[in-house]
Design a protein around this ligand. Structure first.
Ligand code: ADP
Ligand code: TRP
Length: 331
């Protein structure tokens, strides 16, 4: 079975965009592949978060993943900082990573622009750490968005370079992986493109009924069509796209017909949409609360995930040590 690996930085709560864009596919993948899903807490250090925030967000994201249905019996779910083997590989990879190529990575250049007073070495070597995450499990498929393409290219480069330097065929080249034939883009309801944390328009899985209602009722609309079957302007299309994602086909068809016959009442549509989003979120929300209050279970999941992940990472590192010329780990 092929190995799939993906990581997410613990920087906030999961929203509908994360769920329908990524998590939903993870749920399917966990039954079809040997999956590793990890919380990239070392990666989050580049912005120097407060220790309390790190602890909290790791717990939050783990609870939210589990609440969505990620199954620790099927997928290995772990926290990056529980697997120190990653750091050893990070060090080896850094020995063959060059300043020029690291400086050319777009995400690095973006960060230099965004945080000019904190251009630290961790930021520069972010692609080495990401490659170590992937290569330590010799993953073949890595589900990531387009923005990670250059980091993925670097990971392949690190794998090839290692193999060439040592004359081995040890690391496979990992490929970006898109699980759905058709990528889902969950729109924002504020008239802008996508839903996102940084866009400030996210509806979170843990939002309560009132909050969801408030956010949906605020959605931007227009004065309604005057010509039957007219094309929908972007803001209206966004509302319909959202409905297509969370509501039943009958509901979608009902409002679509109302739109086409110029009888649409956006207030009614939004109320229905808010109710449908809430119907989707309510059980997830409940499970988030349950998981979050069950520290013993979270610890157990994290511990078992760490053990499984470490066992596999250990195998890789032991072989890497031999290839490089070090003794294998003393058992
Ligand atoms: P954000 O910062 O907006 O929470 P991230 O950039 O951390 O999201 O993305 C985490 C995952 O969720 C990625 O796989 C990304 O493609 C997916 N994702 C985020 N927002 C959306 C969206 N609006 N539609 C579809 N997928 C999304
Ligand atoms: N860089 C990814 C992001 O910002 C997160 C990440 C870190 C990751 N290590 C990874 C993703 C390894 C996939 C594989 O979204």
């Amino acid at each position: 079975m092929e190995t799939v690996l993906s990581g997410i930085r613990p920087t906030g709560n999961l929203h509908l965009g994360n769920y329908f864009g990524a998590v939903k596919s993870f749920l399917k993948m966990q039954y079809e592949y040997n999956c590793y899903f990890f919380i990239a807490d070392w990666h989050s250090l580049t912005t120097h978060p407060h220790p309390e925030n790190i602890r909290k967000s790791v717990k939050t994201i783990l609870s939210e993943y589990l609440a969505c249905g990620l199954d620790p019996e099927k997928a290995t779910i772990y926290t990056q900082s529980d697997v120190p083997e990653v750091l050893e590989l990070y060090l080896y990879l850094n020995m063959n990573a060059y300043l020029g190529e690291l400086e050319r990575v777009t995400t690095f250049k973006d960060k230099v622009r965004l945080q000019p007073n904190n251009v630290n070495a961790g930021l520069l070597t972010y692609p080495s750490l990401m490659a170590a995450d992937i290569l330590v499990h010799r993953a073949l498929k890595v589900p990531v968005g387009k923005d990670q393409e250059q980091n993925m290219e670097m990971a392949r480069k690190y794998a090839r370079r290692f193999n060439t330097i040592y004359g081995v065929e040890f690391f496979p080249e990992p490929a970006s992986f898109h699980f759905s034939e058709k990528a889902v883009k969950v729109p924002g309801l504020d008239g802008s493109g996508k839903m996102g944390k940084s866009e400030g328009n996210a509806i979170y899985l843990r939002d309560d009924e009132q909050t969801i209602k408030k956010k949906v009722m605020k959605a931007v609309t227009d004065s309604g069509p005057t010509v039957p079957n007219s094309e929908k302007p972007e803001v209206i299309q966004n509302l319909f796209t959202m409905m297509e994602i969370v509501s039943s086909k009958e509901t979608y068809d009902y409002f679509n017909e109302k739109y086409n016959s110029c009888e649409i009442r956006y207030g009614d549509m939004k109320k229905q949409l808010a109710a449908d989003i809430n119907a989707f979120c309510a059980p997830v929300r409940e499970r988030i609360t349950e998981f979050e209050s069950d520290n013993a279970y979270l610890d157990k999941v994290a511990k078992e995930g760490a053990e499984k992940s470490r066992a596999n990472a250990f195998k890789t590192i032991n072989e890497v040590r031999e290839i490089i010329g070090f003794k294998p780990y003393a058992k």
